[in-house]
Ligand binder design. Sequence first.
Ligand code: HEC
Length: 175
Amino acid sequence: MFDTMTITKAGASLCAALLALLLAGWASDGLYSVGTANHGEDHVSGYPILVADAETDAPAEEVVEVSFTDVYAAADAGAGEGLWRQCQACHALEQGVNGVGPYMYGVVGRAKHAVDGFNYSNALLAMDGDWTPENLNDFLESPRTYVPGTAMAYNGMRKIEDRANLIAYLATIGN
Ligand code: HEC
């Protein structure tokens, strides 16, 4: 069985973990967000927060809230061109050429489900708005989370830098 000390320690680590989660959630909720002026569509700006380790009192872990806006500002379209391979099986870049998915010509800034004659899923048809870089970032991170029920059978691109580079590349096509 556990002795009292073990239970106390376990309780303390749990509290520390909860506190860290709380802080991270708080920061990402945008309490610290600063309006950056471009296009009025950027939102969260992130700042690194230091989370002190409850047991040693030393700054232990740096939780960095990376803002997509910042990553996108430094994106490399050249690197994104290579990542486009992951999409090519289903999407063409040329205007009017649909495959398994709709063509990507001018997709950055394009209204969602705007390709005439493409048979979109009801899930995607139910969405409003444009494919801003921010929205594309969220969608490409996890298509099924952003559009539950989407017909796009793609698991998602994990690294925010990769997504930013790919979107920067797409922004050079037809914009
Ligand atoms: C396995 C095939 C497949 C792959 C791989 C794929 N897609 Fe798609 N994509 C689709 C389909 C199908 C749709 C339509 C989704 C729907 O109607 O729900 C779609 C829709 C989209 C849309 C919305 C277009 C619009 O007009 O609203 C974007 C943006 C998009 N894909 C980008 C990408 C990118 C970028 C990649 C590569 C990282 C990618 N897709 C990989 C099949 C795919």
